[in-house]
Each structure stands twice: as structure tokens, then as C-alpha cells.
Write a protein that binds this ligand. Structure first.
Ligand code: KG4
Ligand code: ZN
Length: 352
């Protein structure tokens, strides 16, 4: 009872995967839409859902093909049904329902964020619980306590922008390109990360929350100067083009250091407060090498096991959906064919 087709369409990647027993990835296909959203420097929901519609069937076919699996061999269909862009989620959920109904196999409605935390278990060993879970992506920045894969409690997270969103905005301010995270990381390589003083918001002595609004504004002002004039008349004294290559690199490196430090401080506080066996991480920002090495340092210093998923499983993908779907299937947590997508869904709703 272990061959599961996963489908993921919550944002701007159309993905399908076939996973065996919740961990062995037989195929993982991701059709990215970066080229469609690049000129808007962000995901346009209507464009995303239309692109999902065009790509979903070829992507599912390719996932089955690469896995060498037939429809008849599938034991269940798992779909990321929440949270996400509603028009995008609808495409994946509709496709998954149609397949589960026509094949007469169970449908599994998977929480996208919990699936991110399943990434370190794909093509790897089981996780030891309790785990401190960190999701750092373009849409979410959350710290959780995981008593197991489905029983998860929110401990803290961003009160405004997600960390990936902050990287994307920083890239726009510095003219670094899209998607912003990798572009800022590349630019930062040549910079001095202490060259510019930027704020790391402190939301109270023991808060596990983070905030990126202040850091983002501070970067904008450090790049373009303090605006002159008031209201609509306000003008920045310079543009990013007035800065040298080296100045931009210093700004990127300083921003990156502060963005990472905020996350590490929150994780450190969580580890001081409760005992955890493992730190389990997921989300696109986990690709960031500064964040990875700071997490490694934190794990070493606290005697915790750090589990970072392989990069291809950290960014949005369907293998993580199929993987967590397997846990749900084992516990009998199947969804009715009336499953509806949800733009928001608390972790507690997935408890089983
Ligand atoms: O998990 P993901 O693929 O999609 C969401 O569910 O949001 O995460 C995408 C985010 C983007 O904001 C991107 O800029 C960021 O992850 N990202 C990075 C890096 N690679 C991707 N941020 C910082 N450094 C990176 N190397
Ligand atoms: Zn995601």
C-alpha cells in the first residue's frame, strides 16, 4: 500500500511526483512558471492558474512515465489543497479528485506547509521527534513544534513579510533580478556583510516571531537615500544605478546577514525553551548557503540533529506532497471527493 501520486499547484510551480512508501522518490516533475512572472517581479494569480491548467496533465503523465508506473498501480492520489492561491489550488485539486474517482482509489488532502517539513525525509532516513520545524519560503516563515509528521503546533513566525518575499523585494531594490533569493545570494558573495548597518527587529525578549518590514525599508533607504519632500512629492535622492558594484554587493551581504540572523535567533530561543531531537527544515530559502551554515552551527552548539532536505525537495515540489500523503494514508486520514481548496488553513486542522 505505498505507491502515491502527488500533485502540487499551490503557487507558481505545476508539479507531480510518484513516491513509494512515503520516502522513495520514483519521479518528481516540476514545471516552473518563473518566465511568465519575471516581468511583474512577483506571481500574478490569474496567469499562474491558467498556466497550471495547461501543464497539469502533461506533468502528471511525465511523472508516471519517469516512475515507470501505470495508473492502475497507484494506491492513492495526494494533492496539496491548502494553503495557497485559490485559483491555482483549484486546478490541482480538481485533477486529483477526477483521478481518485475514476481509478477508485483514496484521495488525500495534504497541507502544503506540513509537506515542506516532510522534505528532509525524502530519499533519506526517518525523522526523530519531537522536532523543531522551520519553514522558510516565499510565502511563509513559520517555526513549529512537530510531535510527529501530522501533529504540529505553531510556535512563531513572521508578523509581516515572509523571508523569501523579503529577499525578493531586496532583489528588486538592488536590481539583482528574479527570483530574488538566489540573485541576492550571488550578489552578496562579493560584499562585506558588516559594511552597512541594517536592523534586526527584536519583538520582545523571548519572542519567537520575526519581522522583515523594517529591514526591507532600511535597505531601501540605504540604497536610495532618505526621501526628500512629503507625501506624493517625496523623491529619493538617488537610484540604485548611482551605486557602484561593490556598494550593491555590500548592501546585499548586509541584508542577507540580518535576514538570516532573525531566523536563527528565533530558532535559538525555541531550542532554549523546549527539548528537540531534530531541526527539520523546508522551503525555498533553505537553499541559502548562509542560512544553511548558520543552522549547522546552531545544531552543533545545541546537540540537535539538523535535517535539511535536498534542494530539489526544499522548493515547491510534489514529492513532499506524496510523501506526507503516505503518512495520512497509513493513518486512514483520507479526504472525501468534496474536498475543497483553502487559501488558508491552520496546522491544527491536519492533526491525526
Ligand atoms: O518554497 P518556494 O520554492 O516557494 C514558496 O512556497 O514560496 O520558495 C521560493 C522562495 C523565493 O522567495 C526565493 O527568492 C527564495 O525562496 N529562495 C532563496 C534562495 N533560493 C530561493 N532565498 C534566499 N537564498 C536563496 N538561495
Ligand atoms: Zn511552498
Amino acid at each position: 500500500m505505498g505507491l502515491i501520486l502527488g500533485i502540487e499547484t499551490s503557487c507558481d510551480e505545476t508539479a507531480a511526483a510518484v513516491v513509494d512508501d512515503g520516502t522513495t522518490v520514483r519521479s518528481s516533475i516540476v514545471a516552473t512558471q518563473h518566465d511568465l512572472h519575471e516581468r511583474y517581479a512577483g506571481v500574478v494569480p490569474e496567469i499562474a492558474s491558467r498556466a497550471h491548467l495547461e501543464r497539469i496533465l502533461p506533468v502528471v503523465e511525465e511523472a508516471l512515465d519517469q516512475a515507470g508506473a501505470t495508473l492502475g498501480e497507484l494506491d492513492a492520489v495526494a494533492v496539496g489543497h491548502a494553503p495557497g492561491l485559490i485559483g491555482s489550488l483549484l486546478v490541482g485539486v480538481s485533477a486529483a479528485k477526477a483521478m481518485a474517482w475514476s481509478l477508485g482509489i483514496p484521495l488525500l488532502g495534504v497541507h502544503h506547509l506540513l509537506a515542506h517539513l516532510h522534505a528532509p525525509y525524502l530519499d533519506a532516513d526517518e525523522l526523530a521527534f519531537p522536532a523543531l520545524g522551520l519553514i522558510a519560503s516565499g510565502g511563509h516563515t513559520v517555526l513549529v513544534r512537530m510531535d510527529d509528521a501530522l501533529n504540529v503546533t505553531r510556535l512563531g513566525g513572521t508578523i509581516d513579510d515572509a523571508v523569501g518575499e523579503a529577499f525578493d523585494k531586496a532583489a528588486t531594490v538592488l536590481g539583482a533580478g528574479y527570483p530574488g533569493g538566489p540573485a541576492i545570494e550571488r550578489m552578496a558573495l562579493e560584499g562585506d556583510d558588516h559594511a552597512v548597518e541594517l536592523p534586526i527587529a527584536n519583538l520582545g525578549g523571548d519572542s519567537l516571531d520575526v519581522s522583515y518590514a523594517g529591514l526591507k525599508t532600511a535597505l531601501l533607504y540605504a540604497t536610495r537615500g532618505i526621501p526628500v519632500g512629503r507625501g506624493r512629492e517625496a523623491r529619493f535622492p538617488r537610484t540604485v544605478d548611482d551605486l557602484t558594484h561593490a556598494q550593491r554587493a555590500d548592501l546585499a551581504a548586509s541584508f542577507q546577514r540580518c535576514a538570516v540572523a532573525a531566523l536563527i535567533r528565533a530558532a535559538e530561543r525555541a531550542l532554549e525553551r523546549e527539548d528537540f531531537e531534530t531541526i527539520s527544515c523546508g522551503g525555498g530559502v533553505i537553499a541559502n548557503s548562509v542560512l544553511r551554515s548558520e543552522l549547522e552551527r546552531l545544531a552543533r552548539e545545541t546537540g540537535t540533529t539538523l535535517r535539511l532536505g535536498q534542494m530539489k525537495y526544499c522548493v515547491d515540489n510534489a514529492a513532499m506532497i506524496a510523501g506526507l500523503g503516505h503518512v495520512m494514508l497509513e493513518r486512514g486520514v483520507t479526504a472525501p471527493l468534496t474536498l475543497t481548496p483553502r487559501a488558508r488553513l491552520p496546522f491544527e486542522a491536519a492533526r491525526a
